[in-house]
Write a protein that binds this ligand. Structure first.
Ligand SMILES: NC(=O)c1ccc[n+]([C@@H]2O[C@H](COP(=O)([O-])OP(=O)(O)OC[C@H]3O[C@@H](n4cnc5c(N)ncnc54)[C@H](O)[C@@H]3O)[C@@H](O)[C@H]2O)c1
Length: 378
C-alpha cells in the first residue's frame, strides 16, 4: 500500500541541511513510518549551489527565496536549517501558511522571538518540533528511561559542559558563511545559545525545569573584522560561559561552555548524581553510558560502562546487530522518525513550546552575567 507523502521544503544546505536531508532519506528505510518523507524542495540563495545540493541529495526542485518555498502548495513541512536570525520570520510565515514546521535550535535568538513562534504554531494548529537531537542518542535516551524509572532515586547534582576550541585565533573574522555564529546580530548569543542550549535542553528533559541561575560570561577577543563589511567591529557574543542553577526538584546545576578549550572539538559531557547512583555520558564516546549503582554488592561495586548497542536499548533494534554502534547522524534520523510517527498520535518532543523554556533559561543566564545577580529562569 502506498503511504501518504510528507513533502519537505528545506531551508539551508549547510551543516544542518545535510544532517536533516540524510535523516529524512534514512528514517523510512529503518523505521516503519506512517508517511513517506519526500525531499520536495531545497531553498538557498545561491541557485547553482542549491542545484548541486539538490542533485546530490535527491531534491526535486530548488527555490532561492524562502518566501516562494513557503507559498508553494506542494509542501507539507518547512524545515528550517538556516542561521538563527532567519528562524522566527520563516517559522511564523510557514505556520500562517498552514505548514508543519521543524526548526533548528535555538528556536529564537531570544525567548521573546521564541514566544512569537510558539504563538504562531499554536494558533495555526500545525505540528512543530525543534532539532535538539542529543535527546535521541540511544545512551542519552537510556539515561532518561533510567531516571524516570527512579533508578537514581532523589537527584542531587546535574553537571554538563560543552567545550570547543575553534575561535581562539584573533584573525578569524566574524559574520558570513560558517562564521555567522560570531556575529551577535545573527546568532543572538555565543556559546550560551549555541552550545549550552543543547546542554539545557537535555538537562531539563532528564531532570525537570531550572528555576534560577547565576552566570559569568567572557568575550576573549573583543574586536574582529566582519566578513561582510570588511570593517573591524566589536564582538557581541559570549565566547565562554559558566553558570550555576537550581532545578525545581531541589538539585543543583553546574554548566560550562567555551570555544577556547584548546584540544576539545565538541566535548559535550553530562553527569547526574542521585541518592542510589550516578550516570555519566560523553559525546566523544556516545554509545556508552557510565552507570554507578550504590545498591550493588559492595565487593564488586563500581562504575559499569554500558555499551548501548543491544536490541533492548532505545532505538537499537532498528539498526544492525547487537554490539555494533551507530553515531551522531542517527540522532537526527531518530528525530525525523519520531516526528513523523508523532503526526498521527502523540506529538513528539521537543515542541516549540518546550524549546521556549530552554530560551528562557539562556536569556536568564545572559541577564545574570550582565547583572551579577541570580535571575529567575522559568
Ligand atoms: N542540532 C545541532 O546539533 C546543530 C548543529 C549545528 C547547527 N545547528 C543550528 O542549525 C542552524 C544552521 O546552522 P548550520 O551549522 O547548518 O549553518 P551553516 O552556516 O552551515 O548553514 C546555514 C545555511 O543557511 C543558508 N541561509 C542563510 N541565509 C539564508 C536565507 N536567507 N535563505 C535561505 N538560506 C539561507 C546558508 O546558505 C547555509 O546553507 C543554526 O540555527 C544552528 O544553531 C544545530
Amino acid at each position: 500500500m502506498t503511504k501518504p507523502k510528507l513533502r519537505i521544503g528545506m531551508v539551508g544546505y549547510g551543516f544542518m541541511g545535510r544532517t536533516h536531508s540524510n535523516a529524512f532519506l534514512t528514517a523510512p528505510r529503518f523505521f516503519d513510518l506512517p508517511r513517506q518523507p519526500e525531499l520536495t524542495a531545497i531553498c538557498a540563495r545561491d541557485r547553482d549551489r542549491a542545484e548541486a545540493f539538490a542533485q546530490n541529495w535527491g531534491y526535486g526542485s530548488v527555490e532561492t527565496d524562502w518566501k516562494d518555498l513557503v507559498a508553494r502548495d506542494d509542501i507539507d513541512l518547512i524545515d528550517i536549517a538556516a542561521p538563527n536570525n532567519m528562524h522566527m520570520e520563516i517559522a511564523i510565515a510557514a505556520a500562517e501558511a498552514g505548514k508543519m514546521v521543524m526548526c533548528e535550535k535555538p528556536l529564537g535568538r531570544t525567548a521573546a522571538e521564541s514566544q512569537k513562534m510558539v504563538d504562531a504554531v499554536e494558533k495555526a494548529g500545525v505540528a512543530n518540533m525543534v532539532w535538539y537531537n542529543y535527546r535521541r542518542i540511544p545512551a542519552v535516551t537510556l539515561a532518561k528511561q533510567m531516571i524516570d524509572n527512579g533508578d537514581l532515586g532523589r537527584i542531587f547534582h546535574y553537571r554538563a559542559k560543552f567545550l570547543q576550541d575553534w575561535t581562539i585565533s584573533e584573525d578569524l573574522p566574524q559574520g558570513g558563511e560558517g562564521l555567522w555564529r560570531l556575529d551577535k546580530s545573527v546568532a543572538g548569543s555565543g556559546v550560551t545559545g549555541d552550545l549550552l542550549a543543547h546542554c539545557i535542553d537535555t538537562a531539563m528533559w532528564l531532570n525537570g525545569g531550572i528555576d534560577s541561575v547565576t552566570a559569568m560570561t567572557e568575550t576573549f577577543v573583543k574586536e574582529r573584522e566582519h566578513a561582510l563589511t570588511g570593517k573591524v567591529e566589536p564582538v557581541g557574543i559570549d565566547d565562554a560561559c559558566a553558570f550555576m542553577g537550581r532545578f525545581a526538584n531541589g538539585s543543583l546545576a553546574t554548566f560550562e561552555s567555551t570555544r577556547y578549550a584548546r584540544g576539545h572539538k565538541a566535548l559535550y559531557t553530562l553527569e547526574i548524581n542521585g541518592e542510589h547512583g550516578s550516570l555519566f555520558w560523553d559525546l566523544h564516546d556516545l554509545h556508552r553510558l557510565e552507570y554507578f549503582d550504590h545498591r550493588d554488592d559492595g565487593r564488586t561495586r563500581g562504575w559499569r560502562s554500558v555499551h548501548v548497542t543491544d536490541g533492548d536499548h532505545p532505538y537499537m533494534d532498528k539498526w544492525w546487530v547487537p554490539g555494533l554502534s551507530i553515531g551522531y547522524d542517527e540522532s537526527f534520523t531518530h528525530q525525523a522518525a519520531d516526528f513523523i510517527m508523532g503526526l498521527d498520535g502523540m506529538p513528539a518532543a521537543p515542541t516549540f513550546a518546550d524549546a521556549l523554556k530552554t530560551d528562557r533559561v539562556t536569556d536568564a543566564v545572559l541577564r545574570s552575567a550582565d547583572s551579577g545577580r541570580w535571575e529567575a529562569a522559568s
